[in-house]
Write a protein that binds this ligand. Structure first.
Ligand SMILES: [Zn+2]
Length: 343
């Protein structure tokens, strides 16, 4: 299987995050994650790792807001110029506008951070924007390979993307790689996005909520109990022309392999009925039972079965890397997931 990956991700290494609104800790979403996955892919011998092509900003602007991209591009340099006596290794917001307070986009960097960043887990460091662009290019390169006839491609993206909305970053995500790839593929016909990350894919949900040509489905921990809290509920099913073309499957904390696979089979039925010409999978391995950020209990064998069920849809499939934070298990889990897809 061809894998698109860029070393540019290393430039994105914010030294901290504020975890669950409390402690300042080293960022869970670390460059080491990619080293572990690459090592597992290489040792399996079944993967060809390729650098991405540069698609420029046009396909990214088809999903993301220009003002937001300008903010991502300049935020770190602007933050470094701010006169404060404190450590400034990465930018996080200090203020979040409540609903209805979004009539003005401030020009100050902290004002813009409040406007464009949804939480304390998307710090913007020196190389964040260039790494995010390279990550999006991995997904786009995978989409192009699919359009050229490949049956299954793995975009080993970092930073991940599914929490990034049209004009916001959050949850370790800056550009929505899966959405950018799906948009690119949608020029050729209908596309489905299946998000199996532990956390609800709120960014993907928002981006395609009013569209009928991109079916979006997310299986995730119940947002009433778990991040991102404000999206991912079962009654959110799309709007306008997109009504019925978004589905959320919230799972109870502690969900096991059997419940996960039973729920996934319902999602797969919806995808079969939609009959897309391509499938994009937002693949987060934080569903794994021993993930430090997850509270559902899928085993490695379960992850392998999930891969098998999705591969059984027999669609041209682009697998896009999202979360997964148990570094000791991450590489093996990714290989277990990918093993059922055609080479
Ligand atoms: Zn996640």
């Amino acid at each position: 299987m061809q894998v698109f990956h860029s070393d540019a991700h290393i430039q994105h290494a914010p030294p901290f995050e504020i975890f669950d609104g409390g402690e300042k800790i080293p960022n869970f979403e670390s460059p080491e994650r990619m080293e572990r996955i690459l090592a597992a892919l290489r040792s399996s011998g079944n993967f060809e790792i390729l650098p991405p092509e540069d698609f420029g900003l046009t396909p990214i602007l088809a999903i993301h807001d220009q003002g937001y991209l300008d903010f991502l591009a300049s935020a770190y340099a602007e933050w470094m110029q701010e006169p404060t006596p404190y450590e400034k290794s990465a930018l996080i917001p200090a203020t979040f506008p409540p609903g209805g307070w979004r009539n003005h986009i401030p020009t100050s960097v902290l004002g813009k951070a409040g406007y464009y960043v949804m939480d304390l887990a998307a710090p913007i460091a020196a190389g964040t924007f260039s790494a995010a662009l390279a990550s999006a290019n991995c997904a786009l390169s995978g989409a192009a390979a699919l359009a050229a006839g490949s049956r299954a491609i793995f975009a080993l993206c970092r930073p991940p993307g599914h929490h990034a909305g049209r004009a916001n970053c959050g949850g370790y995500c800056y550009l929505n790689n899966a959405a950018i790839a799906a948009q690119w593929l949608s020029r050729h016909g209908n596309v489905a996005i299946l998000d199996i990350d532990y956390h609800a894919g709120n960014g993907t949900q928002e981006i395609f909520f009013s569209r009928a040509d991109v079916l979006t489905i997310s299986l995730h921990a119940d947002p009433n109990e778990e991040y991102p809290y404000f999206a991912g509920y079962a009654d959110e099913t799309g709007a306008g022309a997109g009504l019925g073309f978004h589905r959320n499957f919230p799972l109870p904390l502690g969900a096991d392999d059997a419940l996960y696979l039973q729920t996934l089979s319902q999602a797969c039925e919806l995808i079969r009925a939609f009959a897309p010409q391509a499938l994009v999978v937002s693949a987060g391995m934080d569903i794994y039972g021993e993930d430090p950020l997850g509270r559902i209990r899928v085993s490695r064998e379960g992850i392998s079965q999930i891969g098998k069920m999705i591969a059984g849809l027999n669609l041209p499939t682009l697998v896009v890397m999202e979360g997964g934070y148990n570094n000791d298990a991450l590489g093996k889990n990714v290989v277990a997931f990918l093993s059922s897809f055609p080479a």
